[in-house]
Design a protein. Structure first.
Length: 143
C-alpha cells in the first residue's frame, strides 16, 4: 500500500503518544493535494496525487508519523480525537538549541478530508515557520 501525502512531508520532528482514534477513508479513487508554505521559501511546495484504495483505509495520525521515525524528538497532545476529527498540539526538542511548537488538525467528512499543520521552529535563535495544508476527495471507484 502506498502511503498518503496528506500532511506528513513537512514535520521536522518526532511524535509520541498512544491510544489515538483512527480516521477511515472510504474505499475508492482519491485525489490528494498538498501545499507546504514558509516565509523563508520563495514559492510553495505543491504536490498532487491520485490513489486507489480497494478497501477502506484506516489512518492513525500517530502511527503514520511514527513510521517516519518521528517519535524520537516530539510529543503530540491530542485535544480532539474522534472518528471525524483529530486536533493536537505539537512540542519538539531536537537538542542543540533547536525546538519547535505547532498544531495539527485532520478532518474527515464522508468523501472529503483536510489537514492543516502549523509549525514554528527555533534553531539557535533563527525562527523558521511553515504551514502544511492538504485536501483529499474521493473521486469515484477504482478503475
Amino acid at each position: 500500500m502506498r502511503r498518503l501525502p496528506l500532511i506528513f512531508l513537512a514535520l521536522t520532528g518526532a511524535l509520541a503518544v498512544s491510544g489515538v482514534q483512527a480516521l477511515t477513508l472510504p474505499a475508492g479513487k482519491w485525489a490528494l493535494d498538498l501545499e507546504v508554505t514558509s516565509p523563508d521559501t520563495p514559492a510553495p511546495v505543491q504536490q498532487h496525487s491520485e490513489e486507489c484504495y480497494a478497501e477502506d483505509l484506516t489512518l492513525d495520525p500517530i502511527s503514520i508519523l511514527e513510521q517516519d521515525g518521528m517519535n524520537r524528538f516530539c510529543e503530540i497532545t491530542p485535544t480532539t480525537d474522534n472518528a471525524s476529527e483529530f486536533i493536537a498540539d505539537i512540542a519538539c526538542d531536537l537538542g542543540a538549541d533547536t525546538s519547535g511548537q505547532g498544531s495539527l488538525r485532520m478532518t474527515l467528512n464522508g468523501d472529503q478530508t483536510t489537514s492543516d499543520m502549523q509549525m514554528t521552529m527555533n534553531m539557535g535563535g533563527h525562527i523558521v515557520e511553515f504551514s502544511s495544508k492538504s485536501t483529499g476527495r474521493r473521486v469515484g471507484a477504482c478503475e
